[in-house]
Design a protein around this ligand. Sequence first.
Ligand code: 13P
Ligand code: SF4
Length: 357
Amino acid sequence: MTTQPLNYQPMPPRVQVPAHPVWPALSEHEKDDLKQRIKDLLRAQNAVLVAHYYVDGDLQALAEETGGCVADSLEMARYGTTTDADTLVVCGVRFMGETAKILNPEKRVLMPDLSATCSLDEGCPDDLFNAFCDANPDRTVVVYANTSAAVKARADWMVTSGIALPIVRHLHEKGEKILWAPDKHLGRYVQQQTGADILLWDGSCVVHEEFKGFALERLKRLHPEAAILVHPESPEDVLAQADVVGSTTALIKAVADMPNDEFIVATDDGIFWKMHQLAPGKKLISAPTAGVGATCESCAHCPWMAKNALQNLEQVLRTGENAIDVDPAIRVDAVRSIQRMLDFAASHNISGALPGR
Ligand code: 13P
Ligand code: SF4
C-alpha cells in the first residue's frame, strides 16, 4: 500500500475564503410571500429546484414541496438527467450547476449566486492541474466532483464521495495507478480503504479541514453513547474516530437507521435540517472545529453554500439571470468523465438518493 506525497511543483494557490453572507431577516409573512412567488415562477417556467443538504432549510423544504430534489452531489447530478423540467435551478455551489449543465446542455440551468464556489475547485486551477497530469502520464486521472468543468475535461473519471470507493477499487483491480485531485483527505481515505496506488493533489475543503481530532476526543468523552459521523473530506485524526464515514446521504441514513440517540457530526451543519426531518427525536452535535482560541473562518458551515437564499432564488427565477454556461469545447470532454461515473453507478446499483426518495 503506497501513498505517494505530492511531488509536483508548483503548489496549488491559497484560497480566499469569503465572509458568511448576512441575509436580512424576514417576517413569517414576508417569507410565505416569497415562497409563494417562487412556487408560481417554478410552475410557470416548468422549472425544478435541485438542492444540496448544506443549503438553508427553507430552500430544502421548498425543493421538496415543489417536487424537486434535495440530495448529495451524486444524486443531484443524476436527478437532472431524469426530470423533464426545462429549467434546473441548482441551489448549491458552482460545480453542481456546471455538472447539471454539462449533462443537460439543452436545459437552462440557473443558480442563485454564481460566485458560490468551493475551496477544492478554487484550489485546483486547470493550468496547474494539466501540468500535474502531463508530469504523470502513466496514471488514470480521477477527479472529485468539486472541480471546474475544465478539470473534469482532463479527467478519465469524475467521482463523488458516495461512489469514490467502488470506482477506485474497480480501477485498482484492473491494475491502474491513479492520479487523484483535489481533496487530499478524501484521496488518502480512498487510498487506505482500497490499497490503490494514488498520487494526491494537495487540496482541502476549508469547512471540513477545521474539524479537530483532539477536540473531538474530548467531546466524545462527554458523550460516550454518541455515534460519530464523519464526511471523508475531514482530516485523518477525525476520520480515525468515526463510527461511520460517508457521503452526506450516507451520514443522514446513519442518523435514521442507527439505534443511538445522540450523534456527533463532522460535516456542514446545514445537513441537520434533513437529519432532524428523518429522525426528529435524535440529538445532533456539531463536531468541534477548534476550541479555545479558535480561528476557523468557516466553522462547520460552508460560506459558499450560504450564498443561497430565498431572496436571490426568487430574483434569478424572476429575471433569468445567473444562467450557467459551459464552453462547448470543454463540455464534450467533461461529459465523458461524468457520464462514466453515472454509468458505473447504474450498472452497480449505487445511488446517492435516500431510500424511498
Ligand atoms: P456530498 O457529495 O457527500 O454531498 O458532498 C459534497 C460536498 O461538497 C461536501 O463538502
Ligand atoms: Fe466545497 Fe467544502 Fe463547501 Fe463542500 S463544504 S462545497 S467541499 S468548500
